[in-house]
Design a protein around this ligand. Structure first.
Ligand code: PLP
Length: 392
């Protein structure tokens, strides 16, 4: 049984060309990028090339890229970095209820240090209203952080509009672009952002490497101290193989992503249409058009998402209940609750996220197996009959 991988939003396989590009930096060119001798120079040159590649993917200048250990660190570095660079206790951050935990938990931490945090709600399709942002601005607002696209339901936010509001207010604008960079067009100047988070393993690069874009002139305290690397923004010997792989992945994305979009939308729409047609009491979540090309997030009445996942897994199909971080916990997703889903429906949700190696056959496999799984689980469900859809 061939495996059907439909969880590209959780992580992507490393592209074979990316892996090839990384290998010399584990062996032949193992030098420390800070050393004077030629091994070090090779590593240093490779890091510089990768920096240019990542910068060019998002329309940034090379000097504005800070390599990190991934998206989580980039989010932490942006939020804490701005807050720590301000006078303690006099800050205000505006964010939303649907952010990734890396942003939400950083905000919770900063709140304990005296930062005020406003968390704005979203509408039923996951969109934040820029007018609500405008109303939330205070004299001490230093940062607005709104994700570019949501990792669970795929909704794309009006970042450039929000960034204009931030600029008028003299606040910095951060966006978590981990789900969009390398997938849909991301340009820091078109978006108007000052800080932007990326992660290599979400765009066919290796795990454990990412970047924070920092617009020139942004006042930012470093998170990690102990060296002069990354222009003092991020101490520690560079993850040279990881950074080289990230650069290669960025180069490939620049060439390939646009061509992929239409194919993914076609596959994704076929998956959604097939599920909604064949499975009663099912719905699609997120925005109908302002959504990631590869995202299909669905809810089913009277079934547990975890049970569906296990049955799909037995058929060789990998999907997700939404976010890798909250699977295993019994709490329903904060994103789905923010969209107004009932606990019951939030628990009965599945995310299929497609990518480079997804095919028509993969979609057909889901449509061949999922309806029977749902029927079987519903027949056993104690929820069925007790709950009616209109009671949610
Ligand atoms: C995956 C993800 C992250 C975390 O990135 P890591 O590199 O895995 O730490 C942050 N934000 C979003 C939106 C993500 O999807």
């Amino acid at each position: 049984m061939t495996r059907v991988y439909l969880d590209y939003a959780a992580t992507t396989p490393t592209h074979p060309d990316v892996l090839t590009s990384m290998l010399p930096f584990f062996s032949k060119s193992f030098g420390n990028a800070s050393s004077i001798y030629s091994y070090g120079q090779e590593a240093r040159a490779a890091v510089a090339t990768a920096r240019a590649s990542v910068a060019s993917l998002i329309g940034a200048h090379e000097d504005e890229i800070v390599f990190t250990s991934g998206g989580t660190e980039a989010d932490n570095a942006a939020l804490k970095g701005v807050a720590f660079a301000q006078e303690q206790g006099h800050n205000h951050i505006i964010t939303t209820t649907v952010e990734h935990h890396a942003v939400l938990e950083s905000c919770r931490f900063l709140e304990k240090q005296g930062t005020a945090v406003t968390r704005l709600p979203v509408d039923g399709q996951g969109m934040v209203d820029p007018d609500e942002i405008r109303k939330a601005i205070a004299a001490n607002t230093v940062l607005i952080s709104v994700m570019h696209a949501n990792n669970e339901v795929g909704t794309i936010q009006p970042i450039s509009e929000i960034a204009r509001i931030a600029k008028e207010a003299g606040a910095y604008m951060h966006t978590d672009a981990v789900q969009t960079a390398g997938h849909i067009p991301v340009d820091v100047n078109e978006l108007g952002v000052d800080l932007l988070s990326m992660s290599a393993h979400k765009l066919y690069g290796p795990k454990g490497v990412g970047a924070l874009y920092v617009r020139k002139g942004t006042k930012l305290s470093p998170l990690i101290h102990g060296g002069e690397q990354e222009r003092k923004h991020r101490a520690g010997t560079e993850n040279v193989p990881g950074i080289v792989g990230f650069g290669k992945a960025a180069d490939l994305a620049r060439i390939e992503a646009a061509d992929e979009t239409e194919r993914l939308i076609r596959l994704r729409n076929a998956l959604i249409a097939g599920v909604l047609e064949q499975i009663s009491d099912s719905q699609i979540n997120g925005h109908p058009s302002n959504r990631l090309p590869n995202n299909a997030h669905l809810s089913f009445d009277f079934v547990e998402g975890e049970s569906m996942l296990l049955h799909l897994d037995m058929e060789g199909i990998c999907a997700s209940t939404g976010s890798a971080c909250s699977s295993g916990s019994l709490e329903p997703s904060h994103v789905l609750l923010a969209l107004g889903l009932s606990h019951q429906l939030a628990h009965g949700s599945l995310r299929f996220s497609l990518g480079k190696w997804s095919t028509d056959e993969d979609v057909a496999r889901v449509l061949d197996t999922l309806p029977a799984i749902v029927t079987k689980l519903r027949a056993m469900s104690p929820l069925r009959g007790n709950l009616r859809r209109n009671e949610k």
